[in-house]
Design a protein around this ligand. Structure first.
Ligand SMILES: Cc1ncc(COP(=O)(O)O)c(C=O)c1O
Length: 399
């Protein structure tokens, strides 16, 4: 268990639960219980709680409550939409997605590609945003789905979803928008985005783990991932996780009310951090600095530094950040999102993601920056010491 004075700067991974959300959930983890499908008063009370959460979610994204389907995770919601597009049809046609979609979309794309679907991954520009024309150039007849996230989890960059969706609509091609990272940080309105499917998850904006949702445009084709009971109007079978859904509803209501204030707080922390590291650490690059971005996400490269080593050293000092690197078969591969930007692997390997949340303070940033300066200098010093030695060893072996 990390000591209580540890500082958490990894909110794009998950966020701490807002105590006001916990308050709303506690009765449903204790004295109150009931299966929302039961006809008696216990069931009816649980049903009411779930439906009022659904209305709160719908209000956050400008939707009608009946269009919102609760799921257990953002991954489940994304999987459901992509699988649904090829459910009951031969694995043919085209799937267009960005080259840095979350693995919950990308992994299904890879599976579909293996069965014969033509999968086209569109790369972002160097600023971390896709060009709508690049996406649309890939949307040929026979395209069954386009997937474009609203905000990238590693860079925080905001994607031109509305422009892409408008043109796709004219061509009759449905669009999935993964808004998991955008929720609670950017305004989201499903009608002005013009997409057909949109996904959100509670735990990325100070809500509980285990509650997420999928919004479906009325009339959008959908074949459920989970079948069995008739819950969620037969769009997602399984007894509703009432406590988590109640928490998700409160999370959405608070975010809707506090959106501007949250964005201001987060952007102030991010800017304070970026200004300080750019001033104090030579060889620092802030990725996508001038692109439209989430207010809370900073993706920063420190030239010559192994970001994995930096993460571990910072963790020992009590600061939690992330690298976005994936560990596959014991080998640490640099982040896909960073490589999709066209960064050289060495720069991707030198990048850390610092993602702020509502409980972070300016004092925490001020404590973090000197620690970061010292650790970057130590790692650079260590590699500077190693290089002449290995050079000398190489020279010796040649001699
Ligand atoms: C952009 C994006 N989509 C989807 C997910 C998956 O959400 P969950 O963790 O709820 O499965 C994440 C979580 O990291 C994410 O960042």
């Amino acid at each position: 268990v990390p000591p209580l004075d540890s500082v958490y700067f990894d909110h794009n991974a998950t966020t701490p639960l807002d105590p006001r959300v916990l308050d709303g959930m506690l009765p449903w983890l204790g004295p109150r219980h009931g299966n929302p499908s039961s006809a008696h008063r216990f069931g009816q009370a649980a049903r009411e709680a779930v439906e009022s959460a659904r209305a709160e979610l719908a209000a956050l994204i400008g939707a009608a409550p009946g269009e919102v389907v609760f799921t257990a995770s953002g991954t489940e919601a994304n999987n459901a939409v992509v699988r649904s597009a090829w459910s009951g049809v031969p694995p043919r046609g085209r799937f267009v997605l960005s080259a840095f979609e979350h693995p919950s979309v990308e992994a299904v794309a890879a599976e579909l590609a293996a069965t014969g679907v033509e999968v086209v991954r569109v790369a972002p520009g160097p600023g971390g945003c896709l060009e709508p024309s690049d996406v649309l150039a890939a949307v040929e007849p026979g395209t069954r789905l386009v997937a474009l996230m609203l905000a990238n989890n590693e860079l925080g960059t905001v994607q031109p979803v509305a422009e892409v969706a408008l043109a796709c609509r004219e061509r009759g091609v449905p669009v999935l928008c993964d808004a998991v990272q955008a929720a609670g940080k950017l305004p989201i309105d499903v009608r002005s985005l013009g997409v057909d499917y949109l996904t959100l998850g509670a735990h990325k904006f100070h809500g509980p783990l285990g509650a997420a949702c999928l919004w479906l445009r009325p009339g959008a084709a959908f074949s459920p991932l989970l079948i069995g009971g008739s819950q969620e109007r037969r769009r997602r079978a399984g007894t509703e996780k009432v406590a988590a859904i109640v928490g998700f509803g409160r999370t959405a209501a608070l975010a809707a009310r506090e959106l501007e204030q949250r964005a201001r707080h987060l952007a102030a922390l991010r800017d304070r951090f970026e200004d300080a590291v750019l001033r104090r650490i030579p060889g620092t690059v802030v990725h996508a600095a001038t692109s439209p971005r989430l207010p809370n996400t900073s993706s920063v490269a420190f030239a010559g530094v192994d970001a994995q080593a930096l993460l571990i050293r910072l963790d020992l000092l009590g600061f939690a950040v992330s690298t976005g690197a994936a560990c596959a078969s014991g080998v640490v591969a640099p982040s896909r999102a960073l490589l999709a930007l066209g960064l050289p692997p060495a720069q991707a390997r030198a990048t850390v993601r610092v993602s702020f949340g509502m409980t972070n303070t300016a004092a925490e940033v001020d404590a973090f920056v000197p620690a970061l300066c010292a650790e970057v200098a130590a790692l650079r010093g260590a590699s500077a010491v190693r290089e002449p030695r290995s050079g000398a060893a190489a020279a010796r072996s040649v001699a």
